[in-house]
Write a protein that binds this ligand. Structure first.
Ligand SMILES: [Mn+2]
Length: 430
């Protein structure tokens, strides 16, 4: 790992929150992700499943976490299973968690090698009545491959057909959405690394630079600051590419006079940041670009203020839509008549702002959170309005990450990342 070790107290707290929601006499199991094969003996870099990471801090393949708060013996209440390591294996495969290191990372004292998993699980199942399976119920998930977790769930239910089945996912959705202060610090660190990358770009971007050169600058800055790299596939979209919402080719040359939409951010210790900025290739906005930019900025600032405890996510989007509507009228992009005749299912503003304004942020970029429940303090959201105008060959989006506060306005984790027109122009021309 490139990141500094996280205090195990965080994972102890996270497990307590999870087990507090479990039914009496039940067992929950969480698996690592597979290492995804490419072909021959090539693999993609390992990316840990966020649930086992959240509950244990273990950032290693072929790991299993078992939680059984009502187990008859105390040393059976939390158990980790890890791939066996020793000095000899370490020479060939590199450093893996020893039992002692696993305790330091996770705070879990009972650690077995993976080959003992079925035997130990079987004993637990004879005591338990209910098994908590971990399925993926994220509102945006589409999963084609069978994950290690999914394979395990299939086997587990078949092997123990007489047990009750319960779902881990709703518990995780609820507890992962409200962040501990340690987690907010980690997201702040990711945001700070993103800031360094963005500032580097402000003195790098010039006419005729390519989108992939910009990507390379960011990757360099992120990794040298202990990030694994981008928290999600970067969007570096100059000119009209900004109007393709999921443009990820990043292979075009940036032309003088165009804008570049940058939806780019670093991860740190598996926590995401999620930033969007839009900057002028030549270092100066035109009057028209500036007018649209400042409209987006005003919507962002107003939308941020509404992320307060008790707000309902759906209603919030209706309110943001109203603010956007008045800005689009001000820019002459839609008329009052368009609004009077609009289809309530697809309001007039959606012609220029067709995506959502906010999502939860955390270990996943589109993090867990039950969107039908009111917002709570210490939830972390993005705020990301945009205006996309293919006829004028540019699109503008601005995105910050904010923490909902018990009282007052949300705390902006990206408060130090330049966003005002003057500041961006000054930095690009200094
Ligand atoms: Mn986002």
């Amino acid at each position: 790992m490139k990141y500094h070790q996280i205090n195990s107290a965080l994972f102890v707290k996270n497990r307590k929150k999870f087990t507090a929601e479990m039914k009496p006499n039940s067992v929950a199991v969480f698996n690592s992700n597979d290492i995804y094969p490419i072909s021959a003996d090539s693999t993609l870099p390992f990316a840990q499943h966020r649930d086992i990471f959240y509950l244990s801090g273990v950032d290693q393949e072929e790991s299993v976490l078992l939680l059984f708060p009502d187990a008859p013996y105390e040393n059976q209440r939390e158990i980790l299973f890890l791939r066996e390591t020793n000095d000899h294996i370490a020479v060939w495969e590199g450093e893996k968690l020893t039992k002692e290191r696993a305790f330091q990372v996770s705070g879990i004292r009972t650690v077995y090698w993976l080959q003992d998993f079925h035997k130990v699980l079987n004993e637990m199942m004879t005591y338990a009545d209910t098994m908590y399976i971990n399925t993926n119920e994220h509102y945006r998930a589409t999963v084609e491959v069978e994950t290690r977790e999914a394979r395990f769930v299939k086997w587990w239910k078949e092997r123990y057909p007489a047990h009750n089945v319960a779902k881990s996912n709703p518990i995780l959705q609820r507890i992962r959405s409200v962040k501990e202060s340690e987690e907010i610090d980690l997201i702040q660190q990711a945001c700070d690394i993103t800031e360094k990358g963005f500032r580097r770009l402000l003195s790098f971007v010039k006419p005729n630079v390519t989108e992939y050169e910009i990507e390379a600058e960011l990757a360099h800055e992120f990794i040298r600051n202990r990030s694994k790299g981008f928290a999600y596939t970067p969007i570096i979209a100059s000119g009209n590419n900004a109007n393709v919402l999921h443009y990820i080719e990043n292979n075009q040359q940036c032309k003088a006079g165009d804008l570049i939409l940058l939806d780019v951010a670093a991860e740190y210790a598996n926590y995401s940041s999620d930033m969007t900025r839009t900057i002028p290739v030549s270092g100066r906005f035109t009057d028209r670009q500036k007018a649209v930019y400042n409209a987006v900025l005003r919507v962002k600032n107003e939308a941020t203020k509404m992320l307060t405890p008790g707000t309902l996510w759906k209603q919030y989007h209706v309110e943001v839509g109203k603010i956007m509507t008045s800005e689009l009228i001000g820019l002459g992009l839609i008329s009052k008549a368009d609004v009077q005749n609009e289809n309530p299912e697809w309001p007039a503003y959606k012609k220029y702002f067709m995506h959502g304004t906010s999502h939860h942020l955390g270990l996943d970029t589109h993090d867990y959170g039950l969107l039908h429940e009111p917002m709570k303090a210490n939830m972390v959201f993005t705020v990301e309005p945009g205006i996309y105008i293919p006829d004028e060959k540019f699109g503008i989006r601005l995105e910050d990450n904010v923490v909902v506060q018990e009282k007052g306005e949300p705390f902006n984790l990206m408060r130090n990342i330049p966003v005002e027109v003057d500041e961006i122009e000054t930095l690009m021309n200094s």
